[in-house]
Write a protein of this length. Structure first.
Length: 97
């Protein structure tokens, strides 16, 4: 396996960002690939890795983590609202559990 460069790592983060807007499984696969390639980069380049470039990757990662957290929150709210609607419907129908 060849050592990734910073451009590839940025490309993989961009692909992950795109995948987050769609299928969860695709996003999971993108995240795993990025994680593996980042660890390979760090193992191969080590202390010679440009710190500022790594900080840039870290900022992108943190931005994606924030997007993931926000998406989780939105999905959680939608699930809670659906549950409340279901409970209200059952209560109205006299079938509260």
């Amino acid at each position: 396996m060849t050592t990734p460069d910073l451009a590839e790592l940025h490309m993989r983060l961009d692909a992950l960002e795109t995948a987050l807007a769609g299928d969860v499984h695709d996003a999971s696969a993108q995240m795993t690939e990025y994680h593996e390639r980042l660890h390979l980069y760090i193992a191969e380049v080590g202390p010679q890795a440009p710190v500022e470039a790594l900080r840039g990757l870290l900022q992108l990662q943190n931005s994606l983590l924030l997007q993931m957290h926000e998406r989780k929150h939105v999905i959680g709210e939608a699930l809670r609202a659906a549950r409340r609607t279901e409970h209200a419907s059952r209560a109205y129908a006299g079938d509260a559990r």
